[in-house]
Write a protein that binds this ligand. Structure first.
Ligand code: ADP
Length: 356
């Protein structure tokens, strides 16, 4: 059966807004739905202070929509914005204009924190830029934004016009981070729906200009923020970063499953801290059972993009705000990032029509 906003609205008729007196369907309009093939996003405008009360309603509505046959994924987003402010749904219906100049948007994700996802994103971006591509990085890791530190960027984005911001720039990459505008303690206390709408705003309100590739540093895990980005971010695909330990791989597997569920192709797996490159003896030591990610990639039938050693320089340079790609372009880790970038580019070239 054809999926129309009117039909989806009527399916929500049994869902009641907080208080239990008013049907959710009465509070939303048809154009609050965005239907993109088998994916649907519903934006519900609420008073920000009622976010907690709305959360169970949001979940119920999301479950109902997800159970409709012909819909493979459903997302219900709460927002405190009003329509007059340029509501999400209206702009979403025509796609995010700000993303129009971007050829490929790629999420860099990990099942859990601390595996080196942000470090990988930063150096991968620089490796891609080194190949002559126009690259942007969106730091959507709202709970622990690292791009300001990794790119040694301070200060605030300038306003282009209205509420549209210009990204900052470092080492030839355009960079935007929630860390430029909100301190991380504030971000920490945001709830799921708030995070989702902050990410939506970041996607919509940044003037990236023309880019070959935008890398999005995702928050760790597989929660609502991932779903939002997967559905609203027009993702070409995702790169999953994992360490070799089995525990991290289990989380990585979950990440792969999540992207598959929402129809986003997994472009490849990267094994970070793959082996230890000893700066004293020059030898490599397989501290963890090295190669786990490669085997896992084979098992899951996804490409293996490469392995980055655990290297003191990578960490030290990251802390200094001069990433290893810039500080030591001939080092082993820099070569590893270049290899991964080449593999990723090949994957993207395989995706039609906007090859780079
Ligand atoms: P995540 O984004 O997954 O939370 P980060 O990129 O912030 O992880 O990395 C966590 C820590 O590990 C940081 O201190 C970073 O400098 C360090 N790190 C990441 N990758 C490597 C590596 N290949 N070698 C050495 N240290 C690394």
């Amino acid at each position: 059966m054809l999926i129309t906003p009117a039909r989806l609205r009527s399916l929500l008729s049994g869902v009641l807004a907080p208080g239990g007196h008013v049907a959710l369907a009465a509070l939303i309009a048809n154009d609050d739905f965005r239907i993109d093939g088998e994916r649907v996003t519903l934006t519900v405008r609420i008073d920000g202070k009622d976010a907690d009360a709305w959360e169970p309603v949001r979940r119920e509505a999301q479950e109902r929509l997800a159970s409709v046959s012909g819909i493979t994924s459903a997302l219900v987003v709460l927002t405190a914005e009003r329509k007059g402010q340029g509501a999400v749904a209206t702009e979403a219906a025509s796609g995010f204009a700000a993303l129009a100049g971007i050829r490929h948007i790629v999420a860099v994700a990990s099942g859990k924190g601390g595996v080196g996802k942000s470090t990988t994103t930063c150096n991968l971006a620089l490796a891609l830029a080194g190949m002559g591509l126009k690259v942007g990085v969106l730091d959507a890791d709202i709970y622990g934004p690292s791009m300001p530190r990794l790119f040694a960027l301070k200060g605030q984005p300038t306003v282009k016009s209205g509420r549209v911001l210009n990204p900052l720039e470092a080492y030839g990459c355009k960079v935007m981070s929630i860390g430029f505008v909100v301190d991380s303690e504030t971000a920490m206390i945001w709830r799921g729906p708030m995070v989702a709408s902050a990410i939506t705003q970041m996607l919509r309100d940044i003037d990236w200009g023309a880019l070959d590739i935008l890398l999005i540093d995702m928050p760790p895990g597989t929660g609502d923020a991932q779903l939002t980005l997967s559905q609203q971010g027009r993702l070409a695909g995702a790169v999953i970063v994992s360490t070799p330990q089995d525990l991290a791989l289990i989380d990585a597997r979950r990440g792969v499953a999540m992207f598959r569920d929402v129809g986003v192709p997994v472009l490849g797996l990267v094994e970070n801290m793959s082996y230890f490159l000893c700066d004293a003896c020059g030898k490599r030591h397989d501290i963890f059972a090295h190669g786990g990610a490669r085997r896992e990639a084979e098992r899951l039938a996804i490409p293996f993009l490469g392995e980055v050693p655990l290297d003191m320089e990578v960490r030290r340079r990251s802390d200094d705000g001069m990433p290893v790609m810039i500080a030591a372009p001939d080092s082993v880790p820099a070569e590893a990032y270049r290899l991964i970038a080449t593999g990723l580019r090949e994957r993207l070239q395989g995706l039609q029509p906007a090859a780079i």
